[in-house]
Design a protein around this ligand. Structure first.
Ligand code: UDP
Length: 367
């Protein structure tokens, strides 16, 4: 069943959503839960908006469109329960003002916010290198503003944290009780330390103000709607393979990552939101591959004749990354279902179509 089919069949909030509502103060039984997603036009945020709508939420999607894209949410503009607000989370967030600024099919009936999912942030190394101060401000000021709103509204608050808080880890796989190995002043620190601060302030709001905090540490995730040029290994390799160009593996390619397909991740996120778990909880696919193996898998999946070339390893590039998901298995009954091979096959048509529709460079010899 597609998300839209689920939408069409939905007659109201799913049972677990109703359970959440019981614990949140809601003025009317007949209105769907009002849920705000910061970064809702991003890769993960837009998939979350789809899922929340399918589960019967009314969704306020906030984005400043620095790295998010309207294309990711365009299919939702006609949905009666979807509303977009152009807003930068580094500026204060006030619910009546956000509602007044929102664009949607109809005005949002005012009521408290049931859930706030804080996903706004540049998230690829290339993006946060390009916006270092903004990345720090989003993790610090943005999280502070989002927590203030969740506190005022009595909302459940889900923080999108990251495996980056483990830095270049000395233990593998990484369990949640590993404190990490982060260079506080290196090029990746603007993201890593911002997310570490975001976790710290979320826990402070949980302890001091009893905000219903859930923290997820998201490991590398891929799928439809990734930006072709976001600089990450998977989109770079997909585009290079589909264009018949050499795949650029940094370093020797022996560094590892564990890649989770987006539908698996979204399932885990929704389960965490509906749970009473503060976390932090790792969500990711424990299937670990070297970057060279990833490049080879993408050459196979695309049927490309591309070769592999080696380029310098970026500074502080983590050598290993693999989630220990024991806690998510036990507390959420969750584990990924989609193998890397299947996930690449599912993602391929998106990259093929995106490349067909991408504007051609002026000097492109294909024209
Ligand atoms: N990488 C690579 N070639 C590329 C892009 C990335 O070899 O064209 C490497 C990068 O150095 C890192 C890994 O792939 O070791 C994953 O990088 P990515 O930017 O996808 O995410 P990260 O996990 O580092 O945040």
């Amino acid at each position: 069943m597609t998300l839209h089919e689920r939408d069409a069949r939905a007659t109201g909030p799913a049972p677990e959503t109703k359970a959440l509502l019981m614990s949140n103060s809601m003025p009317s039984k007949n209105l769907p839960p009002l849920t705000l997603v910061t970064g809702g036009a991003g890769f993960l945020g837009s998939h979350l908006c789809d899922r929340l709508l399918a589960e019967g939420h009314e969704v306020l999607c906030l984005d400043n469109l620095i790295t998010g894209r309207k294309e990711n949410i365009r299919h939702l503009f006609d949905h009666p329960h979807f509303h977009f607000v152009l807003h930068d989370v580094t500026r204060p967030m006030d619910l009546p003002a956000l509602l007044a600024a929102s664009s949607g099919q109809r005005p949002v009936p005012p009521r408290p916010l049931s859930c706030l999912l804080h996903f706004a942030s540049p998230a690829s190394p290339k993006d946060y290198a390009r916006h270092p101060i903004h990345t720090l401000k989003v993790g610090a000021l943005g999280t502070y503003h989002a927590l203030g709103l969740a506190k005022a509204q009595g909302s459940a608050f889900l923080l999108a944290s990251t495996s980056e808080i483990y830095g270049d880890p000395e233990v593998s796989p990484q369990p949640e009780n590993y404190w990490g190995h982060v260079n506080p002043i290196g090029p990746r620190s603007v993201y890593d330390e911002a997310k570490r601060f975001a976790e710290a302030i979320s826990m402070a709001y949980y302890r001091e103000h009893a905000v219903k905090v859930r923290i997820v540490r998201i490991f590398n995730t891929y799928g439809e709607r990734m930006r072709l040029e976001d600089g990450r290994a998977l989109p770079n390799f997909m585009v290079q393979a589909l264009e018949g160009k050499p795949l650029t593996v940094y370093g020797k390619g022996s560094q590892t990552r564990s890649l989770c397909y987006v539908s698996d991740l979204v399932e885990g996120l929704y389960r965490l939101l509906m749970s009473d778990q503060t976390g932090p909880l790792n969500l990711g696919n424990p299937e670990e591959v070297s970057i060279r193996q990833l490049a080879e898998a993408i050459i196979r999946a695309t049927g490309s004749k591309s070769s592999i070339i080696f380029a310098p390893l970026p500074e502080d590039d983590p050598q290993r990354r693999q989630p220990d998901i024991t806690a998510a298995r036990e507390k959420l009954g969750w584990e990924p279902r989609v193998s890397l091979e299947n996930g690449l096959a599912r993602t391929l048509p998106y990259f093929q179509a995106a490349l067909r529709n991408a504007p051609q460079p002026a000097d492109d010899s294909r024209q």
